[in-house]
Design a protein around this ligand. Structure first.
Ligand code: NAD
Length: 464
């Protein structure tokens, strides 16, 4: 087979080879897994400046953001596994029960086999390589399908992976929806998808045909609530950062703003101040402000500018796929901008008087991927955390739940199925096998027929 998996006809043959390789048992040992993670770390260091160039070419993202939100996160994840993998791979001893005495109970984690990882374009390196790290750590073979929209990054990922891995172990297949559909027509042992809710449903349906375990990291509308007792200055600064980093093209970005009516004007003034402070009077000239990934997304976002009243920003330039950091006021829950995930640098603003009303509106909608709440009141903070199911979030900050190998990340319901990062990644890419190790020295006859009057003893053992 050539290194270039350019046609869908080659896919079944590649998958066959990868499954054969998994069966050889090569990927199972601790030493092997650690070696592969080290290779990955090394190749990322070797091609760091190419990574900066590729992602910058894809959507003018600054080196600072590429390092902080892509490269560093993958390397952190590798570091976590280099340290913790020996412990994670050990069978876990579980509590034993009297009923199976003198048996000992264990949990063994084993790789599924061949995992398919499908990535989105918005963090084109991190969102394909972080799952790869987890899958390698768990001992799987992997087929990667990066997003075709981040075309330069996709090509670089393939080049780097082909330099360090045999294709039978980790392969990269490039292409768009038709290639993904061809992959989904095959039977994998595990599927890990990051992308939109719409495509997530296609992936889930394909996985269902073979009952393949499937993780879906999806999107949705993530509310950002600012209460009357919040530190308004800090809230504004952290909201502007979380919303406009990556040009607003972040799955866990605050999608819309819900401030308390008493502090709304002050908050908007501060937001305006920080947009200027971060990106200057003309964000188009800022080297730190990214562009929209493609024309389709640009025109989708441009239409959203027709909602409500633009109070900050609103400038746009189709030739440059530029949309200024924009805040839109006078928005209602019924407006088009409030129907789907925005996924761009547009922040619609509503307001609330009673927190309960705001929460009820959110509860009426699909479960969010993230929720952010700004308040100094600890009781209210706890109330928000427990108010409804959502993927994860921050109190008095934005995005940071995503950047740590110690915090499981993922959605719930419409925003996704399954969590990853660090130990959660190891678990999500592993089959957990419960094992009972029984002794042959004692064989309590109670369980065997004829049962006679043994029921009373069984009741005693169960204490029921
Ligand atoms: P997308 O769903 O359009 O594409 C994701 C992947 O699916 C790509 O590799 C693409 O080639 C493939 N694909 C696209 N259309 C397909 C089809 N019809 N059939 C089969 N495969 C298809 O998503 P995107 O635009 O790349 O990314 C943006 C979305 O991803 C947003 O909704 C965002 O919230 C979500 N996202 C979620 C997370 C998370 O961690 N939960 C992270 C990043 C992005």
């Amino acid at each position: 087979m050539t290194n270039n998996i350019s046609t869908t006809e080659q896919i079944p043959e590649l998958i066959h080879r990868q499954k054969e390789y998994f069966r050889s048992g090569e990927t199972l040992g601790l030493r092997f897994r650690l070696q592969q993670l080290k290779k990955l770390n090394k190749v990322l260091k070797k091609y760091e400046s190419d990574v900066f160039d590729a992602i910058n070419k894809d959507f003018k993202k600054s080196i600072f953001e590429i390092f902080g939100t892509e490269v560093a996160l993958v390397q952190e994840e590798i570091k976590y596994f280099l340290k913790n993998l020996p412990k994670l791979m050990r069978p876990e001893k579980l509590k034993s029960t009297l009923v199976s005495f003198p048996a000992k109970n264990y949990l063994y984690k084993e790789p599924y086999g061949l995992s398919l990882i499908i990535g989105p374009w918005n963090y084109p390196l991190q969102l394909i390589l972080e799952p790869l790290v987890g899958s390698i750590a768990a001992g799987n073979c992997v087929l990667l399908k990066p997003s075709e929209l981040a075309v330069h990054t996709s090509a670089l990922i393939r080049m780097m992976m082909e330099e360090i891995f045999d294709k039978s172990y980790v392969a990269v297949v490039e292409g768009g929806p038709e290639v993904t559909q061809a992959l989904l027509a095959e039977a994998f042992d595990h599927i890990f998808f990051t992308g939109s809710v719409k495509v997530g449903k296609i992936v889930y349906e394909a996985a269902a045909k073979n009952l393949t375990p499937c993780v879906l990291e999806l999107g949705g509308k993530s509310p950002c609530i600012v209460d009357s007792d919040a530190d308004i200055d800090i809230a504004a600064r952290r909201i502007v950062w979380g919303k406009f980093v990556n040009g607003g093209q972040t799955c866990v970005a605050p999608d819309y703003l819900l401030p308390h009516k008493d502090i709304k004007n002050e908050l908007l003034d501060k937001i305006s101040h920080y947009i200027k402070k971060f990106y200057g009077d003309d964000p188009k000239k800022s080297p730190d402000y990214p562009r929209i990934i493609n024309d389709r997304n640009f025109s989708r976002l441009k239409h959203l500018l027709e909602n409500g009243k633009i109070v900050i920003g609103g400038d746009h330039d189709a030739a440059d796929r530029y949309i200024a950091p924009t805040v839109i006021d006078e928005i209602s829950w019924e407006d088009p901008v409030m129907q789907d995930e925005i996924f761009g640098p547009i922040l619609p603003v509503m307001k609330f008087e009673h927190l309960e009303d705001a929460l009820n509106e959110i509860k009426d909608r699909p479960k969010p991927l993230a929720l952010y709440y700004f308040s100094k009141n600890k009781k209210k903070q706890e109330r928000i955390i427990r108010a409804m199911p959502y993927g994860g979030g921050c109190i008095n900050d934005t995005l940071f739940q995503f950047g740590s190998p110690h915090i499981p990340v993922g959605g719930v319901g419409n925003s996704g199925i399954g969590k990853y990062h660090g130990k959660a990644s190891f678990d999500v890419f592993s089959n957990s096998k419960g094992i009972v190790k029984q002794s042959n020295k004692i064989d309590i006859p109670l369980r065997y027929p004829p049962y006679g009057d043994s029921l009373k003893w069984l009741r005693m053992i169960f204490k029921i």
